[in-house]
Structures are given as structure tokens and as C-alpha cells.
Design a protein around this ligand. Structure first.
Ligand code: ZN
Length: 62
């Protein structure tokens, strides 16, 4: 009797690298912000920066 041991079914957390500081982060510890992966620290920093910029209009260039 053969039992199929499915050990590969283990769920691994997604790993990513912070686009700002290069820190290694796993799913739940990073935030996807404007298509970029940011760690919590850099995410907050980006938010503050964006709050500062209010009068500047963003171009439609993608
Ligand atoms: Zn970071």
C-alpha cells in the first residue's frame, strides 16, 4: 500500500524585496504601493512624501 505524502503542499509566504531600502520582507510585512513593494517603514515614508506634494499635477505618462 502506497501512501502519497504530499509534503510539497506546504504554503510558503511570499517573499519580496522592498523597492526602497532593499529589505527582505514576507507577505503581510510589506505593502504594495503604486505597483511597488515597500516595507512598512518605507511605505509610511512614501505616504508622508506624497502628502507633502499636493500642488504638483502628475502627468499621464505611464
Ligand atoms: Zn523599505
Amino acid at each position: 500500500m502506497d501512501r502519497e505524502a504530499r509534503k510539497t503542499d506546504k504554503q510558503n509566504p511570499k517573499q519580496a524585496i522592498c523597492a526602497s531600502c532593499g529589505k527582505e520582507v514576507v507577505e503581510g510585512e510589506y505593502i504594495e504601493y503604486q505597483g511597488r513593494i515597500l516595507c512598512a517603514d518605507c511605505y509610511l515614508a512614501e505616504l508622508e512624501e506624497n502628502v507633502d506634494i499636493g500642488a504638483q499635477d502628475s502627468c499621464g505618462a505611464g
